[in-house]
Design a protein around this ligand. Structure first.
Ligand code: ADP
Ligand code: MG
Length: 308
């Protein structure tokens, strides 16, 4: 067994997914567990005399949480609070400075190229920007065929058949009309659906969606959110839904984590957190929903971290 897939002692259990009776049985969905995860960046700025800047930004500070098999967890926080850094560490594109990330028995922070490929079979990301995440020269069919071939070992013909299924799943029908299109021929909402289809292609068990609707026109947001909610329910997927928008998190998640300056300041059942927020920052977020002008005058400082 490769070193980076060595089971970790006391790894959390996995839970078999309810089988709907069609197709081969699905593999169990592993639990994701973050323990004391910290990420420190070197500051991006240069000093005025253009010497390298030694200051550091603690983007994520001692964060621990887990996502049970099939759970939908919301990670809510303002811009700069560390959400995307956490997403990057969970999907293995960034390494924590400290702490551990377990996906079932796999130590994500130790994975190298081969291990990451196997991880991405199971853990997929949907990014914020549906405009930059698609190659402008690739048709929808090409974009979706590749993960079917790479992750599932399908032949070209099998993959094309699956592309049609995936397009149907994300509501881009008739599939034959969308498959030959290039990204510039699609609206933002349609592109985001293609990206969700691409994320689904490898049959993942966890989807990390980093502000998936924040760049979409308001009128398209509910459709994409409902799609994610349906997929998670129908497929027994786990979902980490990252947002700065409490209202959307209320619709799609069962549990909430509130991130403030790199730290989880509040967590619990979504309804409970929204009805009885403990932390002043959570109250401010809720207040901002009720009164969009309140946040600008709130007592809680912005989350943009001073470098130290
Ligand atoms: P969010 O997604 O919540 O907006 P990020 O995770 O992108 O927050 O950023 C958290 C903090 O880390 C911010 O202060 C940001 O400026 C800093 N940061 C993010 N990426 C880098 C990087 N590659 N180098 C230096 N600082 C970074
Ligand atoms: Mg972000």
């Amino acid at each position: 067994m490769p070193a980076d897939l060595t089971p970790v002692p006391d790894a959390p259990a996995t839970t078999p997914v309810a089988d709907n009776g069609t197709g081969p049985p699905r593999p169990p969905v592993p639990e994701l567990t973050l323990s004391h995860v910290t990420k420190v960046y070197r500051a991006r700025r240069r000093t005025p005399d253009s010497r390298p800047d030694q200051r550091r930004v603690v983007a994520v500070n001692d964060v621990s949480f887990s996502i049970a098999p099939g759970a939908a967890v919301g990670l809510v926080g303002a811009s700069g609070s560390g959400k995307s850094t956490l997403a990057g560490m969970i999907t293995g594109s960034q390494r924590p400075t400290d702490g551990s990330i377990r996906f079932g028995a796999v130590a994500v922070e130790r994975l190298r190229a081969g291990g990451l490929r196997r991880l991405h079979h199971q853990v997929q990301m949907v990014f914020q920007d549906p405009y930059s995440a698609l190659n402008p020269l690739h048709t929808v069919e090409y974009t979706l065929t590749r993960p079917c071939q790479n992750f599932l070992g399908m032949s070209g013909a099998q993959a094309r058949e699956r592309v049609a299924e995936l397009l149907e799943t994300v509501g881009l029908t008739p599939a034959s009309q969308f498959a030959p299109k290039l990204p510039h021929q699609l609206s933002g909402g349609q592109r985001q659906r293609v990206l969700i289809a691409r994320a689904l292609a490898s049959e993942p068990t966890l989807i990390v969606a980093d502000e998936p609707v924040s760049m979409l026109d308001v009128s398209l947001r509910a459709g994409v959110l409902n799609l994610l909610a349906d997929l998670r329910r129908d497929r027994g997927l786990s979902l980490l839904y990252i947002t700065h928008d409490l209202l959307s998190a209320r619709v799609i998640t069962d549990e909430l984590l509130v991130l403030y300056r790199g730290q989880v300041v509040e967590q619990g059942a979504t309804k409970e957190v929204l009805q009885h927020p403990d932390h002043p920052y959570t109250r401010q977020l809720i207040g901002a929903v009720a009164n969009p002008f309140a946040a600008a005058h709130g007592a809680i400082p912005s989350t943009d971290r001073e470098t130290t």
